[in-house]
Ligand binder design. Structure first.
Ligand code: NDP
Length: 320
């Protein structure tokens, strides 16, 4: 068994835990300020995405500077290159826990222990699952958490598919799938989708997409692969939908568990910050989706990373 080792006998100025637009932006600012940030971008072992959820988005149309849109993976790769060009060290490691010592912090990863004066948490959020019988068994056998990753698989081409969820993600996934599926159903539990108007307009006019409001999934059927789902509405009317693929787009859970006994979180697990992105612990900031339950945009995440980096720079110059 590999022993845990202390790889840095030095104390870092700052360690950024997590990546994505928020973490990389903070790293760009801190590297340009000559603070030599270390960024632990995660190793994907816990179902999270190194580089952030943006890596799973194919078309980003609302990040300023790209008039003809940009691929999410490409945008993230550019963020990473940019922060490395200025001197950020990035490592594919996943923080397991954080301890506050006297005036520094200890971060434990699977194989290493790091010490740092300050921390920026940018661990984002993870897509939610459905807690229905057969879900786990048929996950990756007809059920997918990511249309971008799986939508092009042979088993889904020219087949009827469904997306569950009423937000922008559900619309985006349905639009993507509609290019290759025979038909796509969007199932949502309210009368109206909560997605933005432009996305609702796009799915509504798409002839290959049918909206099914006021319904939830009651059962998921299939032995080795997904065969159908049973839906019910609030008057208990039921219908069976024969589909070959079910794509889940029902929101996210913030990845704050590893630090929630140190910093304050709300009832949903979002880290509570003030306007400067500072947590209740001096020397720890939180940025992006792990603290933002409302906006959750790449551009707002990047902005929060910038704010935290500027505040952190001032904090370090005061304590040194
Ligand atoms: P949202 O939180 O906006 O939407 C989640 C949806 O899932 C809601 O319709 C919710 O229903 C539904 N839901 C939650 N739990 C269940 C359940 N157990 N069973 C059935 N349905 C459920 O998440 P999104 O991921 O869609 O979006 C997150 C953020 O990212 C938003 O701010 C969005 O604007 C942004 N985004 C923007 C995009 C773009 O601009 N291109 C693309 C993707 C995301 P209910 O409404 O009933 O609560």
């Amino acid at each position: 068994m590999k022993m845990s080792t202390i790889v840095h006998d030095k104390i870092h100025n700052v360690i950024i835990i997590g990546s994505g637009p928020a973490g990389y932006t903070a790293a760009i600012y801190l590297a340009r300020a000559n603070l030599r940030p270390l960024l632990l971008e995660g190793d994907g072992s816990d179902g999270t995405y190194p580089g952030g959820l943006l890596t799973t988005t194919n078309i980003v149309e609302n990040f300023p500077g790209f008039p003809n849109s940009i691929d999410g993976f490409k945008l993230t790769t550019n963020f990473k290159k940019q922060c490395e060009n200025f001197g950020t060290i990035t490592k594919s490691e996943h923080a397991l826990n954080v301890t506050k010592l006297d005036n520094i912090f200890k971060i434990q990863t699977k194989n290493n222990t790091y010490f740092t004066k300050t921390i920026i948490i940018a661990t984002g959020s993870t897509p939610n699952k459905l807690y229905i019988e057969n879900f786990d068994r048929l996950l990756n056998h007809g059920i997918s958490m990511c249309a971008i990753c799986d939508g092009g698989l042979d088993c889904f081409l020219d087949k009827p598919l469904a997306v569950i969820g009423g937000g922008d993600s559900a619309c985006e996934e349905a639009l993507l799938l509609s290019r290759t599926a025979s038909h796509v159903y969007i199932i949502f539990r309210k009368n109206k989708m909560r997605a933005s108007k432009i996305m609702i307009d796009r799915v509504t006019i798409n002839e290959k997409i049918t909206l099914i409001p006021n319904h939830e999934i009651e059962t998921i059927n299939g032995l080795d692969v997904l065969e159908s789902i049973d839906l019910k509405d609030y008057t208990n009317n039921k219908m069976n939908l024969k589909i070959k693929g079910l794509f889940i787009a029902i929101g996210h859970t913030p990845n704050s568990q590893f630090i929630s006994d140190l910093v304050e979180v709300d009832d949903y697990g979002y880290i509570i910050t003030d306007k400067s992105m500072s947590t209740n612990i001096n020397g720890i900031w939180a940025v992006g989706d792990v603290q933002d339950s409302k906006y959750k945009q790449a551009i707002t995440a990047a902005g929060s990373g910038c704010i935290a980096a500027l505040e952190l720079e001032r904090y370090l110059s005061k304590i040194e």
